[in-house]
Design a binder for this molecule. Structure first.
Ligand SMILES: [Zn+2]
Length: 325
């Protein structure tokens, strides 16, 4: 096949009729994510199917012009970088599918604000500003599925795999016939081999480091046992049996645990979890919040609050295990 050429988009061939697509320049940090295009293939799918490719509508229109109708779009979870531009695919008549309950974040920003607990620490206007810089617009109608459901579009199967450590509805996608595992936003974010990134993201109340470590094990097993290729939302294509993504993600969590562990040793922390989190939060361990102004500072403070809390909770769990053992 000839790979389409569109300015500001990068197309990488996973197989001869499945492409990983990346928007190069983006409006803001949480505005876009890479995803897959399943091109039409006789006896399989008559129209293009799009998996979690959140790019600006001007580019989805270009794809439409080059590749023709798009029948379905699958969103993997309700984070901003996975839902801001999905309305653009809907406008091209693709039916939109997203996991329950985060599917409702695509149809109403207020559900995103409430569902992720932003409402406990900031006003809605802060989130409206965040949505604005990422060019979010809501979808009209979204079909919901349950994480772990198998989606079938004509003769293509898309297995959805719960990876709940990242968000309660977050799913990876597995194409059994094509042997492609898309781990979505699990935390492998190396743009090229050896590059550095942020790693796994667990800056919400509903996240858990223990669940995250289980998810990484689960993804590793699916990849090594039955996949040829691994793709994700912010990284290059990995071929079996390369274990880099899993080692990278585990290592990132470990580094954060060490960073926060060292800060705990150096601080006079109280025995109260809440007070300890707030004391560590002032140290700008994860994000340089002191340099931030306006609404973004509130949002980054919220994320860092939960990242620190997750690590403190993880430490408590480890200590309990040791005491019992
Ligand atoms: Zn995410």
């Amino acid at each position: 096949m000839t790979i389409p050429k569109i300015k500001n988009l990068e197309f990488r061939e996973v197989t001869e009729d499945i492409l990983l697509v990346h928007q190069i320049k983006v409006p803001d940090q949480f505005s876009c994510c890479d995803g897959l295009l399943i091109l039409p293939k006789e006896g399989r799918n008559s129209n293009t199917i799009v998996l979690d490719l959140n790019i600006e509508p001007k580019y989805s229109i270009e794809i439409y012009k080059k590749l023709g109708p798009i029948s379905h779009y699958v969103c993997t979870h309700g984070h901003m970088d996975h839902m801001s531009h999905v309305y653009g695919w809907e406008a091209l008549n693709a039916s939109i599918h997203a996991p329950f309950s985060e599917a409702y974040y695509l149809t109403d920003l207020y559900n995103f604000y409430n569902g992720f607990g932003f409402s406990e620490m900031m006003d809605f206007h802060t989130i409206e500003k965040f949505a604005h810089i990422n060019k979010y617009f809501s979808c009209k109608e979204v079909n919901t599925f349950e994480p772990a459901d198998i989606l079938k579009f004509e003769n293509i199967e898309v297995e959805t795999i719960p990876f709940k450590g990242h968000s309660k509805a977050h799913v990876g996608l597995y194409l059994p016939r094509e042997k492609i595992l898309h781990i979505s936003c699990l935390g492998f974010d190396q743009s090229e081999p050896g590059a550095d990134g942020f790693g796994p993201w667990y800056g919400f109340e509903e996240c858990s480091i223990e669940q995250y470590l289980d998810d990484i094990d689960k993804a590793e097993n699916i990849f090594l046992e039955k996949s040829k290729f691994l793709t994700s939302s912010h990284a290059y294509i990995v071929k079996n049996p390369d274990k880099t993504p899993f080692e990278y993600m585990r290592n990132k969590i470990k580094e954060n645990q060490k960073l926060i562990g060292t800060a705990i040793l150096n601080s006079k922390l109280s025995s109260n979890l809440e007070e300890s989190v707030n004391l560590l939060l002032e140290q700008d361990l994860i994000f340089q919040k002191k340099k931030m102004k306006s609404f973004l500072k509130k949002i980054y403070t919220f994320w860092e609050y939960w990242i620190i809390k997750k690590h403190l909770q993880h430490t408590y769990k480890i200590l309990e295990i040791e005491e019992e053992g």
